[in-house]
Design a protein around this ligand. Structure first.
Ligand SMILES: CC(C)C[C@H](NC(=O)C[C@H](N)C(=O)O)C(=O)O
Ligand SMILES: [Zn+2]
Ligand SMILES: [Zn+2]
Length: 390
């Protein structure tokens, strides 16, 4: 199947100005000043991108695709994701994870859901484990999961500094990172440890300790929710200046009880003002994850549900409200997760890369068209492909 995307302003994320892009099957074939349909040739679908920006498909590297939650009892177990929850947010690659509940949500279920979404048209990966330590794997061993199961790219989300964590020791987190790292090395994967950072006073002290006192590189960890309250966000700046990766959660509880969360778009702006390298920053949505609230004694107050749609909304706010350049801001949901998680063929508009693209209206930066693995999922605002049960 051939698709020709004409006249778009391309942010690959580097700005390539106006280019035509020829998609060949599920790959980007050619990018050139001008590509015209030959006469008397096979059928080519032409998409006119005049007045549009063309950017790489978005990567949401922390989504509870199987559903999550449960912190308020069984009725608060959140619903699993549907395909268009992802594609409406421009997401063409997702990394699924489990959270607090590793009993009624299993790794087998997470892998099956990831495979289901892949069959429905997007690219999926998963982290093995959930909040708990020891890590509940598929094969019984972290290294074996990463080496033997294609979709497993690392471990997570492992909870620290949280009243819902397993209260792991630094040694336990070190051992998990060591196993993930070697599993990654032996399989050509990132072997990243996705760390859930709670509201506890120890913040990411564990990770600074490990980076300081072991051979584990600081970039083996991706600590998420680093904008969940002001004091953690201040440490995020310090942690990034030590070379660490910082991930901000774009879904938000409106009235957060944690001394107020820092809106992701504002967090990004502040990090750039602090001269942090953009390549160390990612956004994830925590989609379908629960956003529970607890009082200072850890009593449950209520919960919301994360939304994938917030991922790009926060990037758009960073551009429109905080004055961050689009080719900078877009990196946090395209080339940065692709590079950090070693997602081959993802995150860039380049020949031979996967045909994952999003077209944005030039005037309001709203999502217009979404193409995943060469298939048009949304065209000029119309949803063309829905999930099996949508
Ligand atoms: C960052 C805050 C607002 C949300 C965050 N969500 C999760 O970690 C996922 C959730 N526990 C689940 O298992 O579905 C939290 O609970 O702290
Ligand atoms: Zn979390
Ligand atoms: Zn989560």
């Amino acid at each position: 199947m051939l698709k020709l995307i004409k006249n778009g302003k391309v942010h690959a994320p580097d700005y390539l100005e106006q280019k035509d892009i020829l998609l060949i099957g599920d790959k980007i074939g050619y990018i050139a000043e001008q590509i015209d349909e030959p006469k008397n040739f096979v059928d080519i679908e032409v998409i006119d991108a005049s007045g549009k920006l063309v950017v790489p498909g978005f990567i949401d590297s922390h989504v509870h695709i199987l559903g999550g939650g449960g912190e308020g009892g069984f009725k608060t177990r959140t619903p699993e994701i549907q395909l268009t929850d992802l594609t409406r947010g421009g997401v063409t690659t997702v990394v699924g994870c489990l959270g607090t509940d590793g009993t009624t949500r299993s790794m087998a279920g997470l892998l099956a859901k990831a495979r289901g979404l892949e069959e429905e048209g997007i690219t999926t990966f998963i982290y093995t484990g959930n909040y708990a330590v020891p890590v509940r794997t598929i094969t019984g061993n972290i290294q074996d999961d990463i080496i033997m199961i294609d979709k497993v790219i690392g471990v997570g989300e492992i909870a620290i500094s949280d009243h819902r964590s397993a209260q792991p020791t630094v040694q336990e987190i070190t051992r998990i990172a060591a196993e993930a790292r070697v599993g990654g090395i032996l399989s050509g994967k990132a072997g990243i440890v996705n760390i859930h950072v709670g509201s506890g006073s120890r913040k990411v002290d564990f990770l600074l300790d490990i980076a300081e006192n072991t051979e584990i590189p600081i970039k083996q960890f991706v600590p998420t929710h680093m904008n969940r309250n002001q004091e953690l966000f201040e440490q995020a700046i310090y942690y990034a200046k030590k070379g660490g990766i910082v991930d901000f959660t774009t879904s938000s509880i409106k009235k957060s009880t944690d001394h107020g969360e820092v809106k992701s778009s504002k967090a990004l702006k502040r990090m750039l003002e602090e001269k942090i390298d953009i390549h160390q920053i990612t956004f994830t949505s925590d989609g379908q994850g629960s956003l529970p609230e607890f009082d200072e004694n850890g009593n449950y107050l209520g919960l919301g549900v994360g939304k994938v749609i917030s991922l790009y909304q926060e990037v758009r706010d960073a551009v429109l409200d905080e004055g961050v350049a689009i080719e900078t801001a877009i990196r946090v949901i395209t080339s940065n997760p692709a590079d950090l998680l070693k997602l081959n063929g993802k995150g860039y508009i380049k020949a031979q890369y996967d045909a994952d693209l999003v077209l944005l209206n030039q005037d309001d930066l709203q999502i217009d068209t979404v193409i995943a693995k060469g298939q048009t999922m949304i065209l000029h605002g119309d949803i063309l492909v829905k999930g099996t049960f949508e």
